[in-house]
Design a protein around this ligand. Structure first.
Ligand SMILES: *Cc1c(COP(=O)(O)O)cnc(C)c1O
Length: 226
């Protein structure tokens, strides 16, 4: 494996002719290593844990765009709403309600993605299609003045079966288009589809991702499973 900035260039090269963006996933990485990317001008990072996100936000330059990509608990929302650019994994009305409350306190419109469950595994978080529509159709949803749903996020099954992954991503893309031309029709902000990680980002780009979240393909294997 090459060095970090060479790895970054390889991923950016794949994205070059697409309208897809990269979130470099920095979880478990030391600040010195992340700064190698910062110094070559790359400043969009994702963390999956609130604590680690806050620690890195505090100690790193303030022109970095931080994304929370992992599961978020209600009681931790308040720590990230002052600064987080995008919350990728919103999966309940309750959570959205808390995000709205905290965003209001900070006079911000908090951008969020709704996480959709697309994998075969039981362990992944996210809404089913039915739960998604229940959330959107709940009258409370329309009272949230300080959250903006800018798209969907999903994680494919952790499998070598490329057809399986492709069909999961394609299903998510179809749901995304259905909302874009249906529920969110005319809403210019609803435009992001966050899907694709180190092992499957090529397929994600082909199937319509607008944001890939890539960690180990840039930083190398993490030394523990998160
Ligand atoms: C860790 C993580 C990623 C990146 O995983 P890699 O396989 O290292 O690219 C992407 N999305 C989420 C939600 C993650 O937790």
């Amino acid at each position: 494996m090459g060095n970090i900035s060479e790895n970054l260039d390889k991923v950016l090269e794949v994205l070059k002719d697409s309208s897809c963006n990269l979130i470099a996933v920095t979880k478990t990485q030391e600040i010195d290593r992340i700064m190698e990317l910062y110094h070559v001008g790359f400043k969009i990072y994702g963390e999956n844990k609130v604590q680690e996100l806050c620690t890195k936000y505090e100690s790193m330059p303030k022109d970095i765009e931080w994304h929370l990509i992992g599961h978020l608990q209600k009681n931790k929302v308040k720590y990230i709403t002052p600064f987080v650019t995008l919350i990728h994994a919103v999966d309940s009305l309750d959570l959205l309600k808390e995000i709205n409350k905290q965003a209001l306190k900070h006079q911000r419109i908090q951008h969020c993605l709704l996480q959709i469950y697309i994998a075969k595994e039981e362990t992944k978080f996210g809404l089913s299609r039915q739960e998604l529509y229940e959330l959107l159709d709940n009258e409370i949803f329309n009272t949230f003045t300080n959250v903006r749903i800018v798209g969907l996020m999903g994680m494919a099954s952790n499998t070598d079966d490329q057809d399986q992954v492709r069909s999961e991503f394609t299903g998510l893309k179809e749901l995304f288009e259905e909302l874009k031309t249906g529920y969110f029709k005319g809403d210019v902000h609803f435009k992001e589809l966050s899907m694709g990680m180190s092992g499957d980002y090529h397929i994600a780009i082909e199937t319509g991702s607008t944001m890939i979240r890539v960690g180990s393909a840039i930083f190398g294997q993490r030394n523990y499973v998160v």
